[in-house]
Every structure is written in C-alpha cells, then in structure tokens.
Design a protein around this ligand. Structure first.
Ligand code: SAM
Length: 296
C-alpha cells in the first residue's frame, strides 16, 4: 500500500477518532482507493528532487503518497479541524512536511517554505479551476500540475477552439500550460462519493513564444488573458461587440481601449467579425500584444 489511509474503513476510523465528519461545504470527498493514488503519483512522475505543493490534504491520504515519492511537501488546508489529524497521520514525515493553514485562493509565494516544482492535489471542486490557473501564474518554478478535478473542468482545460467547452478559462490556462495526460475516476473511489464524475489531469508548463520567437513574459501573458476575458464576455456576440461591451464597463482606461479597438484588431491582424470561440491561442497572444500597444 502506498497510503494506509486509502480505504473507507481507515478513513472512517481516523475521522471517528477525532470526532469529525466530512464537510460537504468544503468539498471533502476523501480518496479511498490506493490504486488511484498510485496512478496519480505515476502520472505526476515525482522524484526526490521535487518540492510538491498540495492543496487540500484532508486527512493526509494523498500527502502520504507524495511524501513517499517526492522530496519536501507543503499542503494548504482551510479546515481548522484538520491540522490535529494531519499532525498524527503525517508524524513520520514531519521533517519534510509543512502545513499551511490558509484558504488556497489567498495563497502567496511567501506562505510556502520553497518554490514548488509540482502541484499534485485532489482539489476541492468549487475552487479547482481557479486554483490551477493561479498556481501557474503565481509560482514561476511550477513545471506541472497533476490534479483531480470534476470531469467538466477537465473538459474545459483540454478544449479545442470551436468546441463548446472552449472559453476564456481554456485560453487563460493554456497560455501557461498544455494537457499531458488524463484518466477518469468514478464516484466510488471517494468517501463519501461525490455526485459528479472526476478526472485526473496533468498539465505541463509551456514556454509560449511571441511572433519574434521570444518567450512571453508575465505582462504579455496577462495582456493575452485580458483579451480572453474581453472576447468571451458575451459569448454569442462578435469579437468586436464583446470587447466593446467589456472595455466600455471598465472606467476611463477601459473607455480609451474601447475607442481604440478598430486599431487593436488591425494591429493583431484579426477579423473583429469573428466570434471568440473560433480564435486560436496564437490569435490571443497577438491580441494581447496589440492591447499593450493601445493600453500601456
Ligand atoms: N487530499 C485529500 C484526499 O485526497 O483524500 C482530500 C481532498 S478533498 C477533495 C479537498 C480538501 O480541500 C478538503 O480537505 C477541504 O477541507 C480542502 N479545502 C476546501 N476548500 C479549500 C480552500 N479554499 N483552500 C484550501 N483547502 C480547501
């Protein structure tokens, strides 16, 4: 066994010993199948050089597996009832484990004892999509994320232009990372079983390049993200109308960009009569560069 906690009886026993029950509001569906843990760490390709970030350790089921396969592990947990449990279940690895008691949405680099190389987590589904994008944005040393998410989120992460799941989130995530593996996980592998299907996906950071072949810096990536939000602000409208509505509602700066949209599209070489869902990642990079010319 990779993790002695990975069974319904062991999970129930730990919770009972601490007088706890699982909290639906925090998305507490604990993994209870050791075979799934093995598949997660195999997909993540962990090595002792890795310094792993985990969001939502729960009672430590996946954390044990991470500590057996990687170097240091830092886990971020919001439930104030769980530190006492984790102090017990992770005691043998205390020298390589750090618990950060915090809401993952407020996590900053200064909260962690190292710059994480990999994110590996069975994520709380309410914040899963946001957390993955935030981690690629905030932790520049992050090479990959191997995460359990709701099946629909996995579909959005991997969507192609023109498909119904392709939206602002897809574009923003894929500016940072590309899908590198996936497997399905049914509700029966959790305690209690969630009402949704799940999937583990691996995303690898990619160095996106501009038209001159240089890697995009943080400001270029952020500008492309702004254009993704603008292009999908009103999904059924053309690019021109959606961007106009988006920027017009954003104060004086926004109004200035709205007025300059014809030049912006011209400069990016994009037909504004198209809809956002047809545009490739490269098109958003060009729109971001054009946005910086008119906005900065
Ligand atoms: N890793 C454990 C496992 O696989 O059994 C637990 C995973 S459970 C799906 C999600 C965990 O995330 C829970 O422990 C929950 O308390 C925690 N959590 C929920 N929202 C959070 C947030 N905003 N920040 C940090 N942790 C959160």
């Amino acid at each position: 066994r990779l993790s002695p906690l990975a069974s319904p009886s062991a999970t129930r026993a730990v919770l009972e010993a601490h007088g706890l029950s699982t909290k639906y509001s925090l998305g507490q569906n604990f993994l209870v199948n050791d075979a799934i843990l093995r598949k997660i760490v195999a997909l993540a390709e962990l090595s002792p050089e890795d310094e792993v970030l985990e969001i939502g350790p729960g009672i430590g089921t996946l954390t044990v597996a991470l500590l057996k396969c990687a170097g240091r592990v830092a886990s971020v947990e919001r439930d104030a009832d769980l530190p006492a449990v984790l102090a017990e279940t992770l005691a043998p690895w205390a020298d390589r484990f750090t618990l950060v008691e915090k809401d993952a949405l407020d996590l900053a680099a200064a909260d962690l004892p190292f710059s994480p190389t990999k994110l590996v987590a069975n994520l709380p589904y309410a914040v899963a999509a946001t957390v993955v994008l935030d981690c690629f944005e905030r932790f520049s040393g992050l090479e990959s994320a191997t995460v359990m998410v709701q099946k629909e989120v996995a579909d959005r992460m991997a969507a192609d232009p023109g498909s119904k799941n392709y939206g602002a989130y897809t574009v923003k995530l894929r500016l940072y990372a590309e899908p590198a593996g996936r497997f399905a996980v049914g509700p029966g592998n959790f305690f209690p079983p969630p009402r949704v299907e799940s999937a583990v996906v691996r995303l690898d950071r990619r160095p996106l390049r501009d038209s001159a072949g240089d890697p995009l810096d943080a400001r270029a990536l952020r500008a492309a993200c702004i254009m993704a939000d603008a292009a999908f602000a009103t999904r059924r409208k053309t690019l021109a109308n959606s961007c106009k509505t988006y920027f017009a509602g954003r104060g004086r700066e926004g109004t200035r960009v709205a007025a300059a949209l014809p030049q912006l599209f011209e400069c990016a070489g994009i037909d504004p009569a198209q809809r956002g869902e047809t545009l490739s990642l490269g098109a958003f990079v060009r729109l971001g560069a054009a946005y910086r010319q008119v906005a900065e």
